[in-house]
Design a protein around this ligand. Structure first.
Ligand SMILES: Nc1nc2c(ncn2[C@@H]2O[C@H](COP(=O)(O)OP(=O)(O)OP(=O)(O)O)[C@@H](O)[C@H]2O)c(=O)[nH]1
Ligand SMILES: [Mg+2]
Length: 202
């Protein structure tokens, strides 16, 4: 028969070992998953929700259902030599005037996809306003400008040169995209992730 003191000590040691294992697992999760907040911004109906859906679910819908408030979705991507990278996509409602309420959604953003609709010239002009508001809240935020609906070439009102000029002024990257066909979508999000993690852009 072992003395009760030794049995109690032994069971404490087992508890301690269990606790250490849990702590080790939690630490290894922390070191293998990086999660960053990305805001989808742009005027109404430019395609923020559609680009998010294309990127997260690989799907497209022709119907227009305006976003109310915010919808958050997530997709993991692989980056060279890095642990799992989770993109938390905050799909915000578009609006002509940037309201105070929306500014509070931008807190803590590491990156933003600023979307304009290539078939509506006015949606490009709004992007500068979004950039200013965004940088006020998150000065170091990484930005990609997406000229969306590139499948509607015959109605295009914004030239690639104008997108390139705006991107240069803004210190952003730019892509033409189509949520409908998928053109440029992976590349735009991949570029954003690389900017956020400081991985050289190719
Ligand atoms: N042809 C074409 N249509 C698109 C594309 N992207 C979005 N649309 C259509 O444009 C409309 C608006 O798309 P949404 O993704 O809802 O736009 P949004 O920016 O989220 O709009 P709000 O939530 O109101 O700010 C929908 O009818 C979409 O099907 C695209 O790349 N090509
Ligand atoms: Mg939407």
């Amino acid at each position: 028969m072992l003395p009760t003191g030794i049995i109690a000590l032994y069971s404490r040691l087992i508890d301690l070992e269990r606790w250490l294992k849990k702590a080790r697992d939690a630490l290894s999760d922390l070191s293998t998953v990086i999660q960053k907040k990305i805001c989808m911004l742009g005027d109404f109906a430019v395609g923020k929700t559609s680009l998010t859906r294309r990127f997260v679910e690989g799907q497209f819908d022709d119907r227009y259902l305006s976003t109310i408030g915010v919808k958050i979705s997530r997709r993991s991507i692989n980056l060279p030599d890095l642990p799992v990278f989770n993109m938390l996509l905050w799909d915000l409602a578009g609006s002509e005037e940037f309201s105070g309420a929306q500014a509070s959604y931008l807190q803590g953003a590491s990156g933003a996809l600023l979307v304009c609709d290539l078939t509506r010239r006015a949606t490009l002009a709004s992007i500068s306003t979004y950039v200013q508001r965004l940088r006020k809240v998150s000065p170091q935020v990484a930005i990609v400008i997406a000229g969306n609906k590139e499948d509607l070439q015959e109605h295009c009102e914004i030239s690639p040169q104008r997108l390139a000029d705006l991107a240069e002024q803004t210190g952003a990257s730019w892509f033409t995209t189509s949520a409908k066909t998928g053109t440029g979508v992976e590349q735009a999000f991949q570029n954003l992730a690389q900017q956020i993690m400081g991985i050289p852009l190719t």
